[in-house]
Ligand binder design. Structure first.
Ligand code: ATP
Ligand code: MG
Length: 491
């Protein structure tokens, strides 16, 4: 198109409404803080300090680093929404993409974003985006302001940056008093989630000693979703998927069954922020940074019996657009071309994972060559499954023997054993995955046996003085006879 021939009209975004729109990108407190930490890591920080000072509605959140820092001019550039074109190539360890994160993450939580920064050879500089000021002036204008006690926080460092969030209206209602215990507790809970999220999102950086992340006074321990230090964790071979020259690596893990964790505490810790069932699925990494934790990426549904299955996917940042990485860096969508491969890899891991979950059920299987005698067996007839008591089990045989001379106690023991050992978890898993193939109760009951039992019961009732009609009425209320009304009528 020859643009020179066309009339033009400037259509500049309206500052006040545009900046309010930035607030609605859908961060939560934890994804917002993670986005700021991204920048510190990209700036080469070795130490990152995350802190908050509770003061009700005037609470402040700060994130400080000892990265390369920025000059006053750099800060202004960094504060510009969309400072960098998303299409530009980024160095492999740059966690940024859109030139927006710092602004959108901050505005999603607060009305004042202050950046204080110091670069080697420059004085400390600071600038603030104040949404109230922009709303008032309708101008894309920063103000040179920082909370009083903070202007010299970087004095002891060669370089570094501090991000300050003030007026956290999306986190704490502005009028909240510092003494409001309920509000304080609510904030503490939210803040604890942030800690867990950071421990997870940046676990590879922390594990690799690339960076120390301080939470108040203490450093945050990495939370690795795959429990590599647990001996019984099952690790699958890595599969490499190619997208042009870009490699994506997929690797499956099955966490140990609860009983096989080294201790209860580790089992508890491994469940993650949202608990075991929610934490199953893919863990998508962009470089060392975890983007998405515990999602089946619309390939499967989450189901309880896959709760121990976790699969890592490693993407280079050159695949950002193919995987539709969003501004929040918290969602990703696999390109069509690799969905099938992901699915078939995951199917394999999921099937094995289900077996671990069934743990207790495993002992049901008669293992050739081993002398183990399970109480229950899984039975297949046609394609229908059911569970039966193992008549070959020595205990059952002994009880049958005992019953010859001493029936009542033998039957009682048998009933107790059945009650105690019904393989509920295995049946549950089996039923939720193959419900339609479950054998209907009594569908292959031997009819002569039913007739025998009916006749016996019927005779007993008559002996007890009931009329035939009364006896039949009673039989119809007794499970499983209630399924055989016609047989009852024939008596
Ligand atoms: N802690 C920091 N230290 C040094 N420079 C920083 C820091 N935080 C931000 N910057 C600079 O500000 C720029 C803008 O940051 P911002 O998070 O808005 O976008 P981005 O990181 O480039 O991309 P994305 O939107 O994907 O996060 C960064 O590219 C970086 O140059
Ligand atoms: Mg960023």
């Amino acid at each position: 198109m020859d643009y020179s021939l066309l009339q033009k009209k400037e259509a500049v975004p309206e500052a006040a409404s545009m900046i309010e729109t930035f607030r609605a990108i859908g961060y939560n407190l934890e994804t917002a803080v993670a986005d700021i930490v991204d920048n510190s890591i990209s700036a080469g920080a070795k130490n990152i300090y995350i802190d908050r000072i509770w003061d009700g509605g005037k609470t402040i959140i700060t994130i400080k680093d000892d990265g390369c820092g920025m000059s006053g001019g750099d800060i202004v550039e960094a504060m510009r929404p969309g400072a960098q074109n998303p299409l530009e190539t980024r160095s492999a360890n740059d966690l940024g993409r859109f030139g927006l994160g710092m602004k959108t993450a901050s505005f999603s939580q607060c009305r004042k974003l202050t950046v204080i920064s110091k670069k080697v050879g420059y004085h400390t500089a600071y600038w603030t985006w104040d949404l109230d000021y922009v709303a008032m002036t309708h101008k894309w204008e920063l103000i040179r302001w920082a909370p009083n006690s903070y202007t010299n926080v970087l004095d002891k460092q060669k370089s570094g940056t501090m991000i300050i969030w003030n007026d956290l209206d999306r986190v704490i209602p502005p009028t909240t008093s510092a003494n409001d215990i309920t509000a304080k507790q609510k904030f503490s809970d939210a803040w604890a989630r942030v800690k867990s999220h950071i421990a997870m999102t940046f676990h590879r950086f922390v594990e690799g000693n690339d960076v120390k992340i301080y939470w108040g006074e203490n450093t945050i321990d990495a939370w690795n979703p795959f429990c590599l230090s647990e001996k019984k964790t099952q690790i699958f071979p890595t599969e490499t998927l190619y997208f042009g020259n870009n490699k994506t690596e997929v690797k499956g893990y099955i966490l140990p069954h609860k009983n096989n964790f080294s201790n209860e505490e580790n089992y508890k810790r491994a469940e993650g922020i949202n608990g075991y069932p929610a934490s199953q699925g893919f863990y998508v990494y962009r470089g060392k940074r975890l983007l998405l934790a515990g999602s089946w990426l619309n390939l499967f549904r989450k189901e309880d019996h896959y709760k121990l299955v976790r699969i890592s996917i490693d993407l280079p940042n050159t695949l950002d657009s193919e995987w539709q990485i969003d501004i929040k860096k918290s969602t990703a969508t696999p390109p069509l071309s690799c969905r099938e491969q992901l699915r078939s890899y995951a199917l394999d891991v999921r099937n094995k994972g289900m077996e671990v979950y069934r743990h207790r059920g495993k002992i049901l299987k008669k293992k050739a060559g081993e002398n183990f005698q399970p109480l229950w067996l899984e039975k297949k007839k046609g394609n229908k499954w059911s569970f039966v008591v193992n008549r070959e089990n020595q205990l059952i045989k002994d009880l049958q023997e005992e019953a010859k001379n001493n029936p009542a106690p033998a039957i009682n023991k048998l009933l107790r054993i059945i009650e105690e050992s019904i393989p509920t978890p295995t049946i549950y898993v089996k039923q939720s995955s193959e419900e339609e193939l479950q054998k209907e109760p009594f569908s292959d009951m031997d009819m002569s046996l039913v007739k025998d039992m009916l006749r016996q019961s019927y005779d007993n009732q008559l002996k007890a003085g009931l009329t035939s009609k009364q006896a039949k009425a009673i039989l119809k209320t007794i499970e499983p006879f209630n399924n055989y009304e016609e047989l009852i009528e024939e008596l």
